[in-house]
Design a binder for this molecule. Structure first.
Ligand code: SF4
Length: 183
């Protein structure tokens, strides 16, 4: 395993977690979004990212102490009030450093609202799988993952939902995390 992967796994496993029942967000919930996944989507913007990619568009989301702490039940209640959405996307910040909280929201919108669930991550599918624990459980609750860090030298604005060529849009098998197809 490369040193880069070992560092990524450590970042996932050692990130500070919000208190039980809470999640740290960087901004208000969004709805009617058509640029962060297929269909009409709500978006949860998480706060805290250890990756610090050069050229990141949201550096204000890096600080683990910034943003706002909100009850997960309150997030679910607000999401249920958005009409006509087909899915939810987790953006960041880095959703996979708050995986238990994100999974609770993912499970709620799938079961109660019938939405599909996507997430962005600066980590790769392989790194998240190797990290295991709650991060892997969250990944297994997704329909799609856009993975990998933003790399400025590989920037490409023509890609669907991604900023750089190294990033992949992975369609996943629900419940197993298996990669079904790669864009
Ligand atoms: S993983 Fe995303 S939020 Fe984090 S630094 Fe990279 S581009 Fe920014």
């Amino acid at each position: 395993m490369a040193d880069w992967d070992k560092i990524a796994i450590l970042k996932i496993q050692s990130a500070p977690q919000p208190p039980e029942g809470m999640i740290r967000l960087s901004g208000p919930l969004e709805h009617d979004n058509i640029v962060n996944g297929d269909g009409l989507r709500a978006v949860v913007w998480t706060q805290g990212c250890p990756n610090h990619c050069k050229g990141c568009q949201n550096p204000e989301t890096w600080d683990f102490e910034a943003g706002m702490m909100i009850e997960i039940d309150e997030i679910c209640k607000r999401l249920a009030e958005f009409p006509g959405q087909t899915g939810l996307t987790f953006c960041g910040g880095e959703p996979f450093v708050q995986p238990a909280a994100c999974k609770k929201i993912a499970d709620y919108v799938r079961k109660e609202l019938g939405w599909d669930v996507w997430s962005f991550s600066g980590f790769t599918h392989e790194q998240i799988k190797a990290a295991g624990g709650e991060a892997w459980e969250f990944l297994k609750s997704l329909d799609a993952l856009i993975d990998g860090p933003f790399i400025l030298s590989q920037r490409d604005l023509s890609l669907r939902y991604r900023g750089s060529k190294n990033q992949r849009l992975l369609h996943l098998e629900l419940g197993t995390g298996k990669i079904l197809s790669i864009e």
